[in-house]
Write a protein that binds this ligand. Sequence first.
Ligand SMILES: [Zn+2]
Ligand SMILES: [Zn+2]
Ligand SMILES: [Zn+2]
Ligand SMILES: [Zn+2]
Length: 795
Amino acid sequence: MALPVEEWRLCAARRWAALEPALRERLAAASLHETLRLGCGLLRPEAEALHRLCRRARAGKEPAAARFYREEGNRLFGRRRYRAAAGLYSQAASHELPGSPEVSVCFANRSAALFHLGRFEVCLEDIARAESHGYPERLLPKVLLRKAECLLCLGRVQDAADTLSVAENKIAKDGIVTSSSHQTLLKKLSQLKMKIQEKESCAEPAQEASGDIQRKSEIWEENDSISGASSSLSLNFNRERGRHLVASQDILPGQSLLKEEAFVSVLCPEESHLQASSETAWDTRVTNADLYCHRCLRQLLASVPCRGCSYAKYCSQKCAEVAWEQYHRTECPLGALLLTLGVFCHVALRTVLVAGFAEVSRLVEWSHNGDKDLHNPEARCKGLSEAPDTGAGTRGIPGCNDNGQYQSSYQAVFNLLPHAEKHSPEHKFLCMLSVVAICKQLQEAGLEAAVLRQESSEKWSKPETHEETSGELSPELKTVAEAMLRHVLQLQCNAQAITVMQELGSRDGAVVNKKPARLATAFFPVLSLLNHSCSPNISVSFSGTAATVRASQPIPSGQEIFHCYGPHRCRMRVAERQQLLSQYFFECRCQACLDELESDVKSVVPMRNSFCCPSCQASMQGEEMLCCSNEACAISVSRESLSLRLRDLQHQMEKALELLRDRKADQAIKMLLKCQMDAGNFLSPEHLLMGEMEDRLAQVYATLGKWQEAARHLEKSIEIVEMHHGSSSVEIGHELFKLAQILFNGFAVSQALSTIQRAEEILSVHCGPQSAQIQELQEMKTCLLELPTNILQRT
Ligand SMILES: [Zn+2]
Ligand SMILES: [Zn+2]
Ligand SMILES: [Zn+2]
Ligand SMILES: [Zn+2]
């Protein structure tokens, strides 16, 4: 996903192997500038192959897809799965041309689903959209009645009455409508009229929401020299650790340390966009692109499709317009290519588009003059901060401006280390060919002016195309390509994933089941200052495209602030972690790694996620062939066959969720209990999957309103999660949140209150006191405390 699709990687590898050895050697040693000079012309023979691969990526508008999604939407609407139906109508709308009657029908259908979901405001927006896109006259009365009903539900009685009279006139005018549907309309009309009369007679004043909890604002003092950072941090530099942040005073758990808006972020597509499967079958699976705004990552309910492509969907017209101005008018025609070349290339392109050509060319030129030794950008810093960590000041630290300030700017992004000399020459070659392919297509699509115009409009408003050269990139585009190459290489170490807790399944169970999901890849130049530890002292949470960093434990003054790049000591053994971290070009020397490497203390991780003997349930040992640890038993099984059983089990669990979505809770329970039986025969009792099954069972019982059973299963899941992630981890926080909801719904007041308390303590450290979950916990608490005593006595 981050890298180009496999076929293109192989293609580039073959090309690399076939190059003249002398050229390979020169490329291997070349600076970024040289790499492009030497390699720019090497794309040509491969362009056709890339073009073919792009045809698989579905980014354009296709009428056949629109029809398919609309019919699927109607089918689910008929089964009252309104949320899913709304999603499918959105899919359909994204494949229709703007302003066409077809797209207006998608919006109108979606408005019906939204109405049933009780989302009246959004429903009205969709009705307005349908009208403005030329909704067919003859179908209008039905939509107008829905509009009136919506307005009525929102308490806008006069507006509802006005809309109703418009509808009435229309129905009266075209009497030709087939009689039965005409009858239905008339019936609906008279019902609505009655309702309006009722409302008018007892005109009640609109109620103001009361009892708003005053939100406490967090104590926050911003750092003078690092934008978005708290004043309790300082930026240091030394050769061994590079740039890093250190506590300049004692820090308490939960204290905010950094608030940063992504410099750029790109929503991660999911595999289904690139499926090579059959030509006609459209995928109804919901992906990130359907769930989140392409620009601001807000959750989508009724998306606004891009006018040009089917993959960019926005939360609002405004977001669509801003994205179009900033970058999407350039990216839109390149959709298939960007999906094929992967997210890193996409982030690289968006970075240069957002920065603007003037800034890009200034910094690229500066990088040529600034240091002779391009292989080693760190060398530039030699000598300047060899002084002890403290007191040296930040002036001269790479990425800082002349006043010694480090800001979230293009200059800071540009100064993130590309590690050009550490990437393999083949990898650099692949990245180079990929960015050249993007620049070539920009040139061929006549978008060069749009790219360059970004900042200095008069200077670059020359003719749109650059035709004098036969496929050679213009000098300006070469500069753009060089910057992009740098960014792609930087991303390997500096890409920050934006993750959210994603809701699973439907919301009608009163208990929200959430799972962390990777949403986007972004550049956060300030967050990038943090070094890695497998045992970090902070926690990062995201809201839209903004990151907030909080201390997850007390940090004494002078201690370095550590972020975990992925391999956490709770989740992996030291060998696995070191393997994963090698992509960042360093060997981790964090305390957790040192302890595990030196003291011969075996990590607890493998014990927990292991297989057990199918015959006697003792633990299994070995690599390829696993043997029972119980000598009397002597059973051995291949790892492969156990892994196969594990995958089968996961598949069964998916099916159980599917049943739950179809409201077949009893069957879902049966299936999960069977899974549990099977799993008990070959998984250790502490296996994460065992916890997941308990979690699912809790979910099903919750949808049935069987709160006690639900709580019992969830408590078992919590035990397992705690073993894996620790008792104050964010994972435990989320589990306790679920438990609190279940106990709340089951009126188990005292247990609910103590669970709320625990969840609050943990989640406020990781997500802050303002987070939605904390607010919800507090509302539950208020509600429980206000319950009449006779209910309280029951517990
Ligand atoms: Zn948005
Ligand atoms: Zn588009
Ligand atoms: Zn480590
Ligand atoms: Zn055994």
